[in-house]
Design a protein around this ligand. Structure first.
Ligand code: GTP
Ligand code: MG
Length: 471
């Protein structure tokens, strides 16, 4: 006998898929992955994209974006998102911070929850079939924003608790973590892993571990801090599944009902209930990807942080689907077919050193890009700035012309003309690292009486990521 309800379900599923496919093909739809660790500039980038497209869209402001250069852009606006279960990106809050009516401009706040936004870009078709059948077209652009810390949990998807402990505990014994891990490590040594579970003791040590992660994020900018929800717990604050930490000897044989058994159970629950849904609901089916990297802050921190950034980017990229995306493939299973590595905040250095910054980022991600290029993915590396916070200034000193920058350093009241150091153009080993290190300053956003945001190469970024979809 035919089960009508299951046949109906299958039919509806197929119908849904077909509708989505038609939608993708006719309307043109791009889901952009904005990937970056906490502080890399995701929220500022999304705010800048929306501002540039909705109210600064012309060929003078975005000359290298073909649809602008050819004056084919009609208008862009924010339209209702498709995903109804997550909040909408707080564009007006971000803009109010950057362009206040009174007081000094501020950077938008760090993100503490996932949110999304959909833009509809209406344009005049340029040439070919599309212009014949549909002189005006619309490209829908979906973007999600999220706390960068949560992204760092993705590698945990492939790890057992034992593997995670081995990796994380080893890190805690190395500098610069070791200098700060004392309180946690001492408490851990006092815990009998095989004793019957002591909820109170576990929660006290978990608090120390959380304090350690929070301190490391604040003082070192290290990238590999897991679990990410300990840094931004949201609604999970105090939930037992967040009360776990790595231990030194995670024996293969775990005594049932012991402290160790509970830690393992919580780790598994965390991966299953928190990391996996975040990944499956939001981190698949992207068409294009930009990876924002704050290379300059990593240089300030030293070789450990820079090398860790490189390793973390490598691990993160393993969680996206890449490949050449033919028209038919795209309908049902989109892949990232264009990937952009962006060395962000390039307004913190002088123009003549942008090339070095891009080359440095290129050397940071070289290993991964080689494989992806082989698989047919188009890859580019650029130095850019979503929102410039400085102005270039030429200064002559002892007959020599210096390319300085002018801006208000973050947290200071005085404006400053300053000569930033030159970044290295490749990944330096510890022994090659200059003994005085690097010191790049960060700046507050600039006041803009005309309410226009300035950028560096955001038009190149848009052309690379969206140009071929707007022909
Ligand atoms: N000069 C300059 N600074 C920037 C730019 N983008 C971001 N910043 C700086 O970087 C900080 C972090 O930027 P966000 O956009 O909040 O970074 P995020 O990736 O969203 O960070 P999380 O929300 O914590 O994941 C800002 O507060 C600014 O200080 C830029 O284009 N130029
Ligand atoms: Mg953010």
């Amino acid at each position: 006998m035919i089960n009508t309800s299951s046949a109906k379900k299958t039919f509806n599923k197929l119908k849904g898929k077909a509708e989505k496919a038609v939608h993708r093909s006719l309307d043109q739809h791009v889901k952009l992955a904005v990937t970056g660790l906490s502080g890399s500039g995701k929220t500022a980038f999304i705010t800048a994209i929306v501002k540039q497209l909705t109210s600064q869209a012309d060929d003078i402001n975005l000359p290298f974006f073909d649809v602008m250069q050819q004056k084919r852009h009609i208008a862009t606006k924010i339209v209702p998102q498709q995903t109804l279960t997550i909040p909408t990106f707080g564009y007006s809050n971000a803009l109010d911070a950057l362009l206040p009516n009174e007081g000094d401009p501020q950077w938008p706040a760090s993100t503490d929850r996932i949110n999304t936004l959909r833009l509809a870009i209406k344009y005049q078709s340029g040439s070919g079939l599309r212009s014949h059948f549909a002189p005006q077209s619309t490209l829908y652009l979906d973007i999600i924003d999220y706390p960068g810390e949560w992204l760092l949990d993705l590698p945990m998807l492939e790890q057992t608790y034992q593997q995670w402990c081995t990796q994380q505990y080893a890190l805690l014994l190395q500098k610069p973590r070791a200098d700060k891990a004392n309180a946690f490590l001492t408490a851990l040594r006092g815990l009998d892993l095989n004793a019957p579970v002591d909820e109170h003791a576990l929660s006290e040590i978990a608090k120390l571990y959380q304090a350690l992660l929070v301190g490391l994020k604040k003082d070192t900018k290290l990238a590999m801090l897991q679990p990410g929800r300990m840094l931004i717990p949201g609604e999970l604050q105090g939930a037992p599944l967040l009360l776990f930490f790595p231990v030194a000897d995670c024996a293969a044989e775990i005594v049932p009902g012991s402290n160790l058994a509970h830690l393992q159970k919580r780790f598994n629950a965390y991966v299953r209930e928190v990391v996996k849904p975040f990944y499956t609901q939001h981190f698949r089916h992207f068409d294009r990807q930009i990876v924002l990297v704050d290379v300059l802050s990593a240089l300030n921190e030293g070789p450990e942080t820079l090398h860790e950034q490189s390793a973390v980017i490598k691990q993160l990229l393993a969680h996206f689907n890449y490949g050449e995306s033919s028209f038919i493939k795209r309908l049902f299973k989109p892949n990232v077919d264009k990937l952009l590595f962006a060395a962000n905040k390039s307004d913190h250095i002088s123009v003549e050193h942008h090339k070095d910054l891009a080359l440095l980022l290129d050397s940071l991600v070289h290993e991964q890009t080689n494989q992806l290029k082989f698989d047919g993915v188009k890859i580019e590396t650029m130095a850019m700035s979503s929102i410039t916070a400085t102005l270039p200034r030429e200064v002559t000193e002892q007959g020599k012309q210096l390319n300085c920058i002018y801006g208000k350093p973050l947290g200071e009241q005085q404006w400053l003309t300053y000569l930033p150091p030159q970044p290295p153009s490749r990944l330096l080993s510890k022994s090659e690292w200059p003994s005085q290190g690097f010191e790049f300053l960060s700046f507050s956003p600039m006041p803009t009486p005309d309410k226009q945001l300035k950028h560096i190469r955001l038009d190149h970024v848009m052309q690379y990521l969206l140009g071929d979809k707007l022909t």
